[in-house]
Write a protein that binds this ligand. Structure first.
Ligand code: GTP
Ligand code: SPV
Ligand code: MN
Length: 595
């Protein structure tokens, strides 16, 4: 195969991978509309993509039932010493892991085309953007990368002959023998899946899965795991955070970055339309924030992505109208149900359930069916530019100045609707001890409470103890310009198992209190866990919520919090000497306040 690319490192790498994986063809992607259309055409012909009648240029894909989410158990941070990866990551020695994976990669692209995808995380050419090249044998990955990142031949031009990039090697791990019929969603069995990161050499190797964060390597692999390790070396931050701009009735802008674990409400909050009059919310990003200290000493955030890979179930005009309006055209849907009139459907969509549909496994479905029509981790891939409330500054090179950090998660009980950290170090303590119930965004049990510090447990590319230290140090550098830190929980339930808080657009009521705190206009009371609003401080105008519910939402039960302590101690102990002294001190003070 005669492939010419100017960049020496890239040209050598392409040759090396081709020799190893032995594809039938090589295709260098240019990111054009024609290329996208052509790929879709091929996917349609083979019956892998299903065209939707009601949404122009939109298609449904169904994955293999074994390949429906990220695989944290098969995700590795491969540093030369285990200690560098830390207690929250899976680790295999890089030499050993590479040996295992080289064996798997050998001939793995036989019968397939190898796509070389040049992409930029962040606007092309921006000083904070990072260039990646993904090599993949999945056309589904190519079309998704087109939406989620900036794929362009301009990226190759920018690289020149000697520019550097992050190599991201991906194979679905399903070579085809001559004449062998392909399956609709080829992938490798779970024990052969590896999502591997070599942060010491900025390298990503993924094998065996075609789904989401396992395969679209610009997202979690590059923009979080590799980027977080780079960020710590270089003094910036790569976080699992949405970014939004909230404007109050007086016209003052607040920029908020919020970290919630997977499937815990980032996309919804990022596009939220306030239910309180006069407040305006605009979306800058829904999943990842890269932040640097600017010349004025404040922290500036950019969204390195180009699209949304959002959770479909639960998305409706009622809950997230701006997402629904984003999904009218040019969308890839994965593992949603197909209605008889050729549209997608999922649980929680507006209106009545369809009387009949084809479920995500391709079987007939009716409301009487015992299984869900759409998989709980069914997703949409849509261009960010299509969001009606995308902020005009969302691609601004210097980013937006962050005023507020919010941490949170899914807690059925214990954790109140909102509280404020006493100071930066206390805020870092709240982030470091955050716990949340697991969701369908990862393969594994759902609803299990686990510590998910800063919503980064699955995404931190180095020792989490050092990551805590990095947060402490960023606070020192930011000084009085540091964002204020808050903690929220939209998911507290009553004893009958119903959500106590309406959530969604009404979360604006909580954000309003947060902004007023930052503005020095709202009161708060000191409690053992942090600063809580007085009940009358949360604007409940026009909201039909009982005083009992509000009371329960704000309730702090000291016994329940005391019961958290042993688990926090156990969690902290896993970091040994790497746990910053400041956090040990915070835990001590917390225990004293609880006494
Ligand atoms: P990832 O893309 O996996 O990182 O998820 P995410 O954090 O962006 O979560 P997303 O906004 O997609 O929400 C996940 C699920 O939680 C959806 O089913 C939402 O409908 C639901 N959800 C989001 N916000 C709220 C809320 O305020 N209240 C309630 N009850 N549910 C919510
Ligand atoms: C998440 O799980 O946090 C996601 C989806 O945003 S994935 O891209 O699969 O990681
Ligand atoms: Mn996410």
């Amino acid at each position: 195969m005669n492939i010419t690319v100017k960049n020496v490192k890239l040209s050598n790498w392409i040759k090396e991978v081709a020799d190893l994986c032995q594809p039938d063809n090589i295709h260098i992607c240019n990111g054009s509309r024609e290329e996208y259309d052509q790929m879709i055409e091929t996917l349609l012909k083979s019956g892998i993509a299903i065209p939707l009648k009601t949404r122009p240029n939109s298609f449904l894909f169904r994955s293999d039932p074994s390949d429906v989410a990220r695989v944290e158990d098969r995700t590795y941070i491969s540093t030369s010493s285990k200690d560098e990866a830390g207690p929250t990551n899976n680790w295999i020695d890089p030499v050993e892991l590479k040996k295992i994976m080289l064996d798997l990669y050998k001939g793995c692209m036989k019968g397939r085309t190898m796509y070389v995808i040049p992409f930029s995380m962040g606007p092309i050419g921006s000083p904070i953007a990072k260039i990646g090249i993904e090599i993949s044998d999945s056309p589904y990955v190519v079309v998704n990368m087109h939406i989620m990142t900036r794929v362009s031949s301009r990226v190759l031009e920018l690289l020149g002959t000697d520019g550097d990039f992050i190599p991201c090697l991906h194979s679905i791990g399903a070579p085809l023998a001559p004449g062998q019929k392909d399956s609709k969603w080829p992938c490798a069995p779970i024990e052969k899946k590896y999502i591997s990161h070599f942060p010491e050499e900025n390298l990503i190797w993924s094998y065996g899965s075609g789904y989401g964060g396992n395969a679209l390597l610009g997202k979690k692999c590059l923009a979080l795991r590799i980027a977080s390790a780079m960020a710590r070396r270089e003094g910036w931050m790569a976080e699992h955070m949405l970014i939004l701009r909230l404007t109050n009735p007086a016209g003052r802008q607040f920029h908020i970055a919020a970290a919630f674990p997977s499937a815990c409400g980032k996309t919804n909050l990022a596009m939220m339309q306030p239910s309180i009059p006069g407040w305006k919310c605009e979306c800058i990003g829904d999943d990842i924030a890269w932040m640097k200290i600017g010349p004025d000493g404040r922290l500036y955030a950019i969204n390195p992505e180009n699209g949304f890979f959002g959770v479909a179930p639960g998305t409706s005009y009622n809950t997230n109208p701006m997402a629904m309006d984003t999904l009218k055209e040019n969308v890839i849907f994965t593992n949603c149900a197909l209605t008889d009139d050729g549209d997608v459907w999922w649980e929680g969509m507006d209106g009545d359930e369809p009387k009949h549909a084809i479920d995500w496994k391709g079987r007939d479905w009716t409301p009487e069916s015992t299984e869900e029509a759409a998989h709980a981790n069914a997703r949409f891939t849509a261009p960010a530019s299509q969001c009606p409330v995308i902020c005009k500054d969302w691609e601004k090179q210097e980013g937006v100045p962050i005023d507020i950090f919010i941490f949170g998660g899914r807690r059925t009980n214990v954790v109140p609707l909102v509280y404020e950290a006493y100071n930066w170090d206390h805020g870092v303590f709240l982030g470091a001890t955050a716990a949340s119930e697991t969701t369908a965004a990862n393969i594994g049990a759902v609803g299990n409470l686990r510590r998910d510090p800063f919503a980064m447990k699955p995404f931190c590319g180095y020792n989490m103890g050092d990551y805590f230290r990095h947060w402490i140090e960023m606070g020192k550098r930011l000084g009085n310009k540091a964002p204020k830190i808050f903690y929220v929980n939209w998911f507290r339930k009553s004893s009958e198992g119903k959500f106590l808080w309406p959530g969604f657009s009404d979360n604006s009521r909580v954000l309003k209190w947060i902004c007023e705190r930052v503005d020095g206009k709202a009161n708060a009371k000191k409690t053992s866990i942090g600063l809580l609003p007085d009940e009358k401080n949360i604007d409940l105008n026009g909201l039909n919520i009982s005083p009992e519910n509000m009371k329960e939402l704000m309730n702090i039960n000291p016994d329940e919090w005391k019961a958290e302590i042993p688990d926090i101690e156990k969690h902290f102990a896993t970091f040994g000497k790497r746990l910053p002294e400041e956090l040990r001190e915070q835990l001590k003070e917390f225990k004293e306040r609880l006494r």
